[in-house]
Ligand binder design. Structure first.
Ligand code: SAM
Length: 221
């Protein structure tokens, strides 16, 4: 595909998968029309980058379906001045969308090879307001807290206790909670009294592996 046809594919993705399904935040729509999603997957998969499903990014991990990226990002209600934490950098695509919509983005990935690739990619593409870390994000990033928004892009058995502590009052956390097979996406808002939880519907993510996520699978006998 040419640069022009990728542009057309993004426009079609935005119209048919996002606007038609109720995504309304014009800044989210604009960011997803601009960020070149095909550059966040292996070259062989680039022609499928705008399809209505997640795609393999190696290491048994995925870049999320465009509609899920839009739903989670819209729920964070970013206006432009925020400090945001993402858990699960993966390809770096969601990180790039957040970088266009917030002031500063911090993102953690536990798999070194994915984190390194995302770092190179985001650097090459010129995103300057992004800081990446390799490690277990389920403990958050206490040195950079508090955050206005936290986005967890992997399935968690519950709300990792460190995350609400690292949110500002009025801050928003979006997180898929459930079993390894199926989850429900939640918007958690921190208030003076505690937290409020709202369901955003069913979803299916790869798992958050770490201290406050699922245990790492043992290999070998
Ligand atoms: N946001 C990514 C993107 O746009 O490509 C998709 C993320 S993928 C669905 C989930 C990612 O979470 C995987 O890359 C996985 O390695 C990572 N992950 C799982 N457990 C983690 C943890 N405890 N800390 C940081 N990253 C984790």
């Amino acid at each position: 595909m040419t640069k022009i046809s990728y542009h057309v594919a993004r426009r079609k993705m935005v119209e048919e998968q996002l606007i038609a399904r109720g995504i309304r935040d014009s800044r989210v729509i604009e960011a997803m029309e601009i960020v070149p999603r095909h550059e966040f997957v292996q070259e062989a998969l680039a022609p499928q980058a705008h399809n209505d499903h997640p795609l393999n990014i190696g290491e048994h991990q995925t870049i999320s379906q465009p509609y899920i990226v839009a739903t989670m990002t819209e729920a964070l209600a970013l206006k432009g001045g925020e400090k945001v934490l993402e858990l699960g950098t993966g390809s770096g695509y969601q990180t790039a969308i957040l970088a266009m919509l917030a002031d500063k983005v911090f993102s953690i990935e536990r798999i070194t090879s994915l984190s390194n690739k995302a770092r190179q990619r985001l650097h090459r593409m010129g995103y300057q307001n992004v800081t990446l870390r390799t490690g277990d994000g389920s403990v958050g990033w206490p040195e950079e807290a508090p955050f206005d928004a936290i986005l967890v892009t992997a399935a968690s058995p519950g709300i990792p206790e460190a995350l609400p502590e690292q949110l500002k009052e009025g801050g928003r956390l979006v997180i898929p909670i459930g079993s390894e097979e199926q989850q429900e996406l939640f918007l958690v808002t921190k208030t003076a009294e505690g937290t409020q939880k709202k369901s955003l519907g069913g979803c299916r993510f790869v798992k958050l592996v770490g201290q406050y996520g699922f245990p790492e699978e043992k290999t070998g006998s």
